[in-house]
Design a protein around this ligand. Structure first.
Ligand SMILES: O=C(CO)COP(=O)(O)O
Ligand SMILES: [Zn+2]
Length: 210
């Protein structure tokens, strides 16, 4: 895809997420890898419902602002993931309701916040490690994500929300939506007897693609 097509795709997918309630207000941010090796990111403070393709931010791998409006204050953590996971070409960060609710719960398993009970969570996400709470924009979020980026496809920032990767922006958005629905189910089922997937069932799903 050309840079122009990727810009238009970011605007369209962001608006779709906004209209369906995955993003509200000015929260969350998106990025993707451009064909020239730079990165396209949502401007800081922008609403997913009202992005403008021409004003999206462009930064290089060091976070230097090349063009467009001032980039998201989280661009450093996006870049930390790209540096450490070459299969990642796009990132979605949301404050979506159910994942953010989950991120506020005490006693999460920090290696995997959602014990698998549906196949698509295993196929699209695998495991969801929890990153300790840091204020939005804290440079230490990038350090924490850099340590885990090579081994996971999604992360839960404690008391904040999800960070989800993909092979392109459509894949990252689909992964984020699947993960949000999984968190919704996990909270609906909280306290009820769940039949979790067995070790064998999880192994059977791994490496099969989507
Ligand atoms: O979600 C956010 C912070 O974590 C939003 O910040 P930006 O508006 O700077 O992208
Ligand atoms: Zn955020």
């Amino acid at each position: 895809m050309t840079e122009q097509q990727l810009r238009e795709q970011m605007v369209t997918l962001a608006r779709s997420m906004f209209e369906r309630g995955y993003a509200t207000g000015g929260a969350g941010n998106l990025s993707l890898k451009l064909p020239n090796g730079h990165f396209l990111a949502t401007p800081t403070g922008s609403s997913f419902g009202r992005l403008n393709a021409e004003r999206l931010s462009v930064v290089d791998i060091d976070g230097i602002h090349i063009s467009g409006d001032r980039p998201s204050k989280e661009v450093a953590f996006h870049l930390a993931i790209y540096r450490n996971n070459h299969e990642c070409n796009a990132i979605v960060h949301l404050h979506s309701t159910y994942l953010t609710a989950l991120s506020c719960m005490e006693g999460l398993d920090t290696d995997n916040a959602i014990k698998p009970f549906t196949p698509y969570f295993v196929m699209r996400i695998g495991k969801l490690p929890v990153i300790p709470y840091l204020r939005p924009g804290d440079p230490r979020i990038a350090e924490e994500l850099a340590k885990r980026a090579a081994d996971y496809r999604a992360f839960l920032l404690a008391n904040h929300g999800p960070v989800v990767t993909g092979s392109d922006l459509i894949d990252a958005v689909d992964n984020a939506e699947e993960l949000e629905e999984t968190a919704k189910l996990a909270l609906m089922l909280d306290g009820k007897p769940i039949r979790y997937l067995s070790k064998e069932e999880i192994t059977d799903l791994q490496g099969r693609g989507k």
